[in-house]
Design a binder for this molecule. Sequence first.
Ligand code: PHB
Length: 402
Amino acid sequence: MTPHRTGPQPSPARRRALPALAALTLALAIGAPAHAQQKVKVGLMLPYTGTFAQLGTAITNGFKLAIEENGGKVAGREIEYATLDDESDPAKAADNANRIVNRDKVDVLVGTVHSGVQAGMVKIARETGVLHIIPNAGLDAATGPLCAPNIFRTSFANGQTAYPMGKVLAERGVKNVVTLTWKYAAGDESVAGFKDAFTKGGGRIVKDLTLPFPNVEFQPLLTEIAALKPDAVYVFFAGGGAAKFLKDYQAAGLKGKIPLYGSGFLTDGVLEAVGDAAEGIETTLHYGDAIETPRNRAFRAAYMKAYKIEPDVYAVQGYDAGLLFIAGMNAVGGDVAKKKEMIAAMEKTQIDSPRGKWTMSKAHNPVQDMYLRKVAGKQNRVTGVAAPALDYPPADRCKMGG
Ligand code: PHB
């Protein structure tokens, strides 16, 4: 898919050069720095089609809400967005990222959702040095062995959302678990994080089941689970696929018979679509709809007002990406050329998020509370903190600049 601007239409080089020249002349005349007159360019490379389409839209909405609440500008500069649908297709990822960085010349690259696509974006971010904010994809390596000074994440690492669920089940004395996920980095890393805590705590994995992303032919796998009769099932699914899985699990007669657990993506953003198929399901995640803080209530009201839809974890991650960018820009008076200073400020920022306050690990991944949640009606209610201020996988796997 071709990138397209949502701001002014792309213009021939000459037409582009004239306003820039005029702005520069004016800036020099009034003594303001030249960058202050130019729009700052934000590249949004996200899925706008396919099983993760709704996630990409929520992230976009969240990011734009943070900017709107900041007066529609960043450090006094107006914003121009360049958006690109990455289709959650890893094969196109590096080319797409290259195009949005080198052709659209964005000042910051925001994206994406899918860990396989993220691998391509991280490659381009490392090669070009473009400032890069990851608002979802949990690819562990992005803030592990592939970390870099210009790469930040405002969401989670895949293992981080799953480890607490393994810990909770082990503490409850659950013994035999079957895992099920799409076979790709996010699923593999989610299951690995779950197993790490669960087996350390005395649990046993009966069998690991997988299907290719983004397939939703769950029937044969549900038949196998019924035959294996484990004490519980742990899954990683998200978006449209999660909604279908919840409905199929119920239709197969497994709901209420074999308890189903997951990282919270299983039940986030899908509750309107699944009726009572998710009722009572427990998950772990860094957000919950019903976090009773003034910050979360204000965010939810503002998001609802702007978009006429309830926000979810993806909206929060996009919003926090906006807050992080604003913090960096404010520290350098909007001069993105001062990248070192900007990065230093972003590293130190404490984000006052709807999820609760969080800080950056040395690897540029959030250190954050992981909540235990339970679905009640149309909400993921927080019932406790499963792992406070969790830094996982540990940030020391990242050698910054190495
Ligand atoms: C990922 O691919 O990293 C991913 C996708 C969707 C989620 C969470 C993680 O909800």
